[in-house]
Design a protein around this ligand. Structure first.
Ligand code: ASP
Ligand code: MG
Length: 411
């Protein structure tokens, strides 16, 4: 069996969904097809959550209906009739959610609708075209803990559930949602934004898939983001280690958690352009090959937090575990660390949890912070490249090893 994953951009409209059908029909393996929410649906659902949280039920309902209508519109363009499709799509009455007062829990119940909508629609379309496809609900397959918005899967149980579901009835194409799972008592959870790649890797691990292919709107893994750099180069082959480094540095092409479940079972991961299915793309696998071009990776939305001990104690020796305990409990994602005798500076992804962490840190340290930063990592750098990237920029922190430079830049 193989695993295919289609992101939101690749199924953003009827043209994209027809293209998905061509890609899966161009392969004769049994497939588990992991699909994200259509286009920018997840962002739109976050706005529904915001309205519910603000107590504006009316606004929330109208936003949710607009999302549902856009799915019905795509369904019609795919030749489906309105009445069966409205019966298939998940219930989108906000009344079901207005009494959930925990923000993260509310978020997961609402935002998960994006993947339920996209997969129900796509499965119905494939069936209408005579494809042997069925829809499976990850809420009852990918069992997770109750850490809403960043749920962790229970590997053994989930693997059993998936294998049972696949065995019970046999279909060549099995459509599942990326990004979402469920608790033992049936509440929906999500794995963190952009988590569908991670779902694809988990699924592949559970079923010992032959390979995973992520279909994207780029030719494969590039040495820089084409939206930022004019001339980019395709990296045809990467080792698991190098892929992890790139993902952690902020390369958008793949979610950082994706590699581990694949590396554990030596499953290759292909990244291919959905507009050109026969192109080679890139492959991440068990190899010693090294990337031989400089790679530029941007991680935006960074905040630099600097802590200084109030009493001149040595922060590094005496407080490191305390500081990182606060950072970890408040779900901050660290991108860079630097220390001196009595200060430690940590760059983290800016998030809504930062204020609470700053408050806790402020109890024991003198804390200063700076938001609106970007971290640029250059792997395979040279003195010339570094000099040119530093020019005309305000750099708050920099680190350099022999081949890698990291610059925290004020935008
Ligand atoms: N739909 C989710 C998101 O936009 C998950 C994903 O696309 O991977 O974050
Ligand atoms: Mg997405």
């Amino acid at each position: 069996m193989k695993v295919f994953k289609f992101g939101g951009a690749s199924v953003k409209d009827a043209v994209g969904i027809r293209n998905l059908r061509q890609i899966i029909e161009g392969d004769d393996n049994e497939l588990v097809v992991v699909i994200s929410a259509i286009g920018k649906t997840t962002n739109a659902l976050e706005q529904v959550v915001a309205a519910i949280y603000d107590g504006d039920k009316h606004l929330a309902q109208s936003r949710l209906e607009a999302i549902r209508d856009s799915h019905i519109e795509i369904a019609k363009q795919l030749g489906l009739n309105e009445s069966p499709i409205t019966g298939i799509l998940p219930d989108t009455d906000v009344s079901a959610y207005v009494n959930i007062f925990d923000y993260d829990k509310l978020y997961d119940q609402v935002v998960s609708l994006g993947e339920l909508l996209s997969t129900s629609l796509i499965a119905a379309y494939l069936q209408s075209e005579g494809v042997d496809a069925r829809w499976l609900d990850m809420t009852h397959i990918l069992l997770t803990n109750r850490c809403f918005r960043e749920a962790q899967p229970e590997i053994a149980h989930s693997a059993t559930h998936l294998k049972e579901a696949l065995c019970k009835e046999h279909h060549r194409i099995n459509i599942v949602q990326g990004f979402i799972g469920g608790t033992a008592d049936g509440l929906r959870t999500t794995l963190g934004r952009e988590g569908s790649d991670y779902t694809a890797a988990l699924v592949a691990n559970f079923i010992d898939a032959e390979s995973v292919t992520i279909w994207k709107d780029v030719p494969g893994i590039l040495n820089a983001d084409p939206r930022r750099v004019e001339h980019t180069t395709l990296i045809p082959e990467l080792s698991y280690i190098e892929a992890v480094e790139l993902a952690y540095s902020g390369a958008q092409v793949i979610h950082p958690k994706t590699i581990r479940p694949l590396e554990n079972k030596r499953i290759p991961l292909y990244v291919k352009p959905f507009g050109d299915p026969t192109a080679a793309g890139s492959v991440i696998y068990d190899t010693d090959k090294k990337i031989d071009v400089p790679v530029y990776i941007w991680r935006d939305n960074q905040t630099l937090i600097t802590m200084r001990a109030k009493d001149f104690s040595f922060v590094l020796e005496e407080s490191l575990s305390h500081i990182f305990d606060i950072i970890h409990r408040n779900r901050l994602k660290v991108s860079m660390i630097q220390s001196s005798a009595i200060t430690i500076s940590v760059s983290v992804d800016t998030s809504r949890y930062i204020d609470e962490a700053l408050k806790e840190l402020g109890a024991d340290y003198r804390v200063t912070y700076n938001g609106g930063l970007s971290l640029l990592t250059i792997r395979g750098t040279t003195p010339e490249i570094l000099a040119s990237e530093q020019k005309n920029r305000t750099i708050l922190l920099s680190q350099k090893t022999r081949r890698t430079a990291r610059l925290l830049i004020k935008n």
